[in-house]
Write a protein that binds this ligand. Structure first.
Ligand code: PLP
Length: 415
């Protein structure tokens, strides 16, 4: 494991020796900007510009409707799904790209509850990402209010799984703290109790090695626009383990999840395999961009990406703690590599204006209520010197109280 650099020159030397360093040139990044928010919106790969232009001008402009076959638009959801599968330890035919993470969670949860009709409890944590909880609440209402969303603390999950649990629904990497659940151990506990699992991989896919097969995972969902670099509003993915696919029925029974969409039958029959996770027409432009983002990750070894991510995180923690001591920051992320995702978070009572002041200085992270400063590490386009400099700028913002100006206190709609 790379030891954190002690000087800026040492950080430069780490960059010079970094096997992932050449990947940075594949991304469009404005000069002078330190982008620590690839966990919210991944950077733009240059190849996505050329690809989406080609899809718009040639495939849409010239080939028009013929593109569904000629340019294989119809295959995009399963083709890109098969590529994402390679990043998350899934097999070909187990992942499809469609809709948003929220909608896929709804489909996965409905499918899981239908597979455990005698059980009534959806088990999760109170600090799960809100949309996951909201979608569960909406589904419970739709199903007549017979189910219960039971929320416990993360540490209490294993002990809370019992014979009433239908499904354990968790986000693998916590969006605020970056703490990672032990996917395999929890999945095994769930299975011993006869329950299913749904893993939300929004902060995992493309960020750290995930092995759904080794964990024995049942269902999973994940996000296209974060570490997969698929672009704003990129479609999300749905994973259904092959052994569950025959039994998996999801309620959004649109025509493209039908066994024979172009037979235009009156009655719904689900497609064989993962295609039954599709609802309607795929967003072709977004899928084309997402495919470029995923291809970019597949060119590199996930173990190398993980090693650099942890090294960047270690450097950031070390520098922030050295330079910002006594300035109200507290580390909110596990130091332990075994349970840390690809982000580092600190709490600060004035977290919101501090982050706004940082952004004004060209260091982009984000703020998560109530008090979290969140910094994401994306090893393909982030350098050790960026992390070094970000910590210096944070120290300066805190020391000079540059954040304590009215314009930095005004809340924007998106934080
Ligand atoms: C980002 C994120 C989502 C996003 O859901 P959308 O439907 O794409 O808005 C869902 N769940 C988690 C855990 C996330 O981090």
């Amino acid at each position: 494991m790379t030891a954190p650099a002690q000087t800026r020159v040492a950080a430069e030397r780490l960059d010079a020796a970094d096997p992932l360093a050449p990947a940075r040139a594949d991304f469009a990044l404005p000069d002078g900007l330190i982008y620590l928010d690839g966990n919210s919106l991944g950077a733009l790969p240059h190849a996505a510009v050329a690809r989406t232009r080609d899809v718009v001008e040639r495939e849409w402009g010239d080939d028009l409707i013929r593109s569904w076959t000629k340019n294989r638009w119809i295959e995009l959801p399963t083709r890109v799904g098969d590529k994402i599968a390679r990043l998350i330890g899934a097999g070909a035919g187990e992942v499809v790209v469609a809709d948003s993470t929220s909608v896929n969670l709804f489909k996965a949860l409905a499918g899981a509850l239908a597979m455990r009709p005698e059980r009534r409890v959806i088990l999760s944590v109170a600090d799960n990402f809100p949309t996951d909880l909201y979608m569960a609440q909406g589904l419970i209402a739709l199903l007549g209010g017979r189910h219960e969303l039971r929320l416990v603390a993360a540490a209490d999950i294993p002990g809370a799984i019992d014979a009433t649990t239908a499904v354990v629904m968790l986000t693998h990497v916590n969006y605020r703290s970056g703490a990672v659940f032990d996917m395999k151990a929890i999945t095994q506990s769930a299975h011993r109790a006869g329950a299913l699992t749904i893993w939300d991989l929004a902060h995992s896919a493309g960020a750290l090695p995930v092995d759904l097969a080794a964990a024995g995972a049942d269902l999973a969902v994940g996000c296209g626009y974060k570490y997969l670099n698929g672009g704003p509003g990129a479609p999300a993915f749905l994973y259904v383990a092959e052994r569950h696919q025959r039994e998996f029925v999801q309620p959004l029974t649109g025509w493209l999840g039908h066994a024979a969409p172009f037979a235009f039958e009156t009655g719904y029959r689900p497609a064989a395999g993962i295609a039954r996770g599709i609802c309607g027409t795929p967003p072709v432009l977004s899928l084309a961009a997402l495919e470029i983002g995923v291809d970019g990750l597949l060119r590199f070894d996930m173990a190398a990406i993980r090693a650099k991510s942890l090294a960047l995180g270690d450097l950031f923690i070390r520098r922030v703690e050295a330079r910002c001591a006594g300035r109200g920051l507290a580390l909110a992320t596990p130091r332990d590599h075994g349970v840390r995702g690809s982000q580092v978070s600190f709490t600060h009572a004035d977290g919101y204006p501090v982050m706004q002041a940082l952004i004004a200085r060209g260091v982009i992270g984000d703020f998560r209520a109530p008090d979290i400063l969140r910094f994401g590490f994306t090893p393909l386009y982030l350098r050790y010197v960026d992390v070094w400099d970000a910590a210096e700028i944070l120290a300066d913002v805190l020391e000079t109280r540059a954040w304590d100006r009215p314009e930095f206190h005004a809340r924007a709609a998106v934080t």
